[in-house]
Design a protein around this ligand. Structure first.
Ligand code: 5GP
Ligand code: ZN
Length: 137
């Protein structure tokens, strides 16, 4: 547990939360500032700042849990679609520096943009080739 980490305190139960699921490794809570009805967060009980620190085994378990909860939440909430999001670093929108995954039920006309808003870069074939080669290393 990391000192002064709000998600460590929530995950351990020290700070109460609207918990929808819990096991020995994770707590899943409703987001305090939801982007849609049912917006939830998968939080590991151990502290990892971000995906770079997350052990592969925990990452695997988190994804399996996300898959199960997406199915369960879709059935119970009768939502029309589902986003799974995970931010790393301030520039990527991370505000709480304890790894978490967003479970975001989506509804027809829920007020959010259909597509999450990213720019579309106009890259040349040469630039694409250069990036591709760099990433294959
Ligand atoms: P991030 O931007 O780091 O990916 O997401 C952090 C999320 O945590 C935000 O959606 C924010 O609303 C949520 N959040 C921050 N503090 C609390 C809290 O104390 N309780 C709950 N339930 N959610 C929180
Ligand atoms: Zn923490």
């Amino acid at each position: 547990m990391k000192e002064n980490c709000i998600f460590c305190k929530i995950a351990s139960g020290e700070i109460p939360s609207k918990t929808i699921y819990e096991n020995h490794e994770f707590r899943v809570i409703l987001d305090i500032n939801p982007a849609s009805k049912g917006h939830a967060l998968i939080i590991p009980k151990e502290h990892y700042n971000d995906i770079y620190e997350l052990p592969e085994e925990v990452a695997g378990h988190a994804m399996i849990l996300a898959k199960k909860l997406a199915a369960h939440m879709t059935k119970v909430l009768n939502c029309d679609g589902f986003n799974i999001l995970q931010n790393n670093g301030e520039v990527a929108g991370q505000t709480v520096f304890h790894f978490h995954m967003h479970l975001l039920p989506r509804y027809d006309k829920d007020g959010n943009q259909d597509k999450l808003c990213f720019n579309h870069l106009d890259l040349s074939q040469e630039e694409l080739e250069e990036i591709c080669q760099k990433l294959q290393q």
